[in-house]
Design a protein around this ligand. Structure first.
Ligand code: ZN
Length: 159
């Protein structure tokens, strides 16, 4: 069986950023399981896996556009300290969930100056080229229910 749309695919993988720093890996964990052709994973990786068979290795460079997108200046905002009501001490690196017009957005505090806090809603890996290296662990047909839902049922997720 080769990877195609409507297959459930398990992969072991390691992701490195442009500096060769490992940003994510399945080592020591269960493989990543996803429904192929449903945008469950980043487009560049999904494209590279298409047609591979069980046991095949992959080693692919993915541009920001095909990974987590380019950095968007509009997602960096200055907000008054007073908007962090109930937070004892706001510090750089803290992550909050902000309510936006587009729904909840994870933002990271990147700077604090007096009573002004700069928050960045870009994905931590936005603007970065990533390299994915790994191996296809398993491929199976998706069930009718999985196809209907557009995601994998593996007994652990919120199905
Ligand atoms: Zn479901």
């Amino acid at each position: 069986m080769n990877i195609a749309a409507q297959h459930v695919v398990s992969i072991h993988y390691e992701v490195k950023d442009e500096d060769g720093v490992v940003v994510d890996t399945s080592e020591g964990r269960d493989p990543l399981v996803y429904l192929h052709g449903n945008q469950n994973i980043i487009p560049g990786l999904e494209k590279a896996l298409n047609g591979l068979a069980q046991g095949d290795g992959f080693d692919v460079q993915v541009t920001p556009e095909e990974a987590y997108g380019e950095l968007q200046d509009g997602l960096v905002q200055s907000v008054p300290m007073a908007s962090f009501e109930g937070v004892e001490k706001v510090e750089e690196g803290m992550v909050f969930t902000a309510q936006t017009q587009g729904g909840p957005l994870q933002v990271t505090v990147t700077a604090i100056e007096d009573d002004t806090v700069t928050v960045d809603g870009n994905h931590p890996l936005a603007g970065k080229s990533l390299s994915f290296k790994g191996e296809v662990a398993e491929i199976r047909e998706a069930t009718a229910e999985e196809l209907e839902h557009g995601h994998v049922h593996d007994g652990t997720a919120d199905e």
